[in-house]
Design a protein around this ligand. Structure first.
Ligand code: FAQ
Length: 309
């Protein structure tokens, strides 16, 4: 009881809960779920852009894209390490991902059809990720909050490289401008879905807000993202595919049209355009890496037995 009171006090005072502190089982399992999904998203999220590394239009673009995709791998590993501080087993988390028992963000189940998609992912997908993750720097669990600080710094660079790429294309030929607009048309709605279901249908929000794991609701962050993106689109010279997107003076926010939630749930449940491909690719990479894990384990065992002898 005292332990529970102490936990409530730490959370209410906006202090951090640390790995060795007592915590309710539900708090631990909610964090493992969210952090694992987040880690899986970073790892699966390497694929859509990774497809373009060998086809980047210049050495400069290739170097930037390589660095970005490597950062995503780093974020994934960082987040798996944060999940491990809660007692999760990394091998088990990977197993759950490749057997379809654990989720990753819906956004990475859409195809990247042209190089403009690389720019739009940086601008909108990383932009949405930042919007969602900056408040997570103040999440109540210490290792997750600290991981988010570094991740957000790198995501800012990702967002800027995307926007700069698009600015360059918009200053090019009509064909290049059309590619950008087409990519924006395809990624806008899926980007809005990244924030999760509407608050009224979000099963975890209320409890996660109470525990200060989440600091804002899904709809609050989605609105913040829309408000932030519209002036950026104007500056870039593109439009969003939503006739209902208008400034509402009374609310002090942009109104926007209804999101296709049926599509969202279809994609979350595994039936998006690229779900099967993404998971199969990850499974193959995991199987191909088996010899590395075996060699590392054999080396560690040898070192341990030498230390004992
Ligand atoms: N996709 O009750 P809620 C990135 C699930 S950014 C798939 O509202 P919650 C960077 C949800 O898990 C992307 N599933 O859930 C990058 C739950 O299922 P469950 C990753 C979704 O957790 C950029 C159910 O629906 N970012 O990777 C989605 O309170 C570019 C009910 O939903 C994070 O993970 C979705 N979009 O709120 C990398 C940020 N939305 O488990 C490469 C941390 C919801 O109960 C390239 N996560 N679901 O069966 C969060 O902030 C939260 O987990 C939310 C969802 C806001 C995503």
């Amino acid at each position: 009881m005292d332990l529970e009171r102490e936990f409530d006090r730490v959370v209410a005072a906006d202090h951090r809960v640390e790995p060795r502190d007592w915590m309710p089982d539900g708090y631990r399992s909610t964090l493992i779920r969210q952090i694992a999904q987040h880690a899986h998203s970073e790892i699966i999220g390497m694929q859509p852009e990774g497809n373009w590394i060998s086809r980047a239009p210049s050495l400069r673009r290739k170097a930037i894209l390589l660095a970005k995709v490597q950062d995503e791998a780093g974020h994934g590993l960082y987040l798996y390490a944060a999940a491990e501080t809660l007692g999760a087993d990394r091998a088990e988390l990977t197993e759950k991902l490749i057997s379809g028992r654990q989720k990753y963000s819906s956004i990475f189940n859409y195809p990247t059809l042209t190089f403009a998609d690389v720019g739009v992912i940086g601008w909108l997908v990383d932009g949405a990720a930042i919007c969602n993750q900056v408040p997570l720097c103040r999440t109540s669990y210490g290792p997750y909050a600290r991981a988010m600080i570094r991740v957000c710094k790198e995501e800012s660079f990702h967002q800027r490289q995307g926007y700069e790429l698009l600015m360059t294309m918009m200053g090019g030929t009509k064909q290049q401008r059309d590619l950008v607009q087409d990519a924006v048309n395809r990624w806008w709605w899926p980007s809005l879905m990244m924030f999760g279901p509407p608050d009224a249908e979000s099963s975890n929000t209320e409890q996660s807000m109470h525990w200060r794991i989440k600091r804002h609701t899904n709809d609050e962050l989605r609105q913040r993202f829309v408000d932030m993106s519209v002036p950026q689109a104007v500056k870039l010279g593109v439009t969003f595919p939503d006739p209902k997107l208008v400034w509402n003076d009374e609310r002090g926010h942009y109104d926007f049209g209804e999101i296709d939630w049926a599509e969202f749930w279809r994609v979350v449940k595994g039936d998006g355009p690229c779900n099967a491909q993404r998971v199969a690719h990850r499974r193959q990479a995991h199987e191909d890496g088996a010899w590395v894990r075996e060699a590392a384990a054999a080396y560690a065992a040898k070192k341990n037995s030498e230390a004992v002898a």
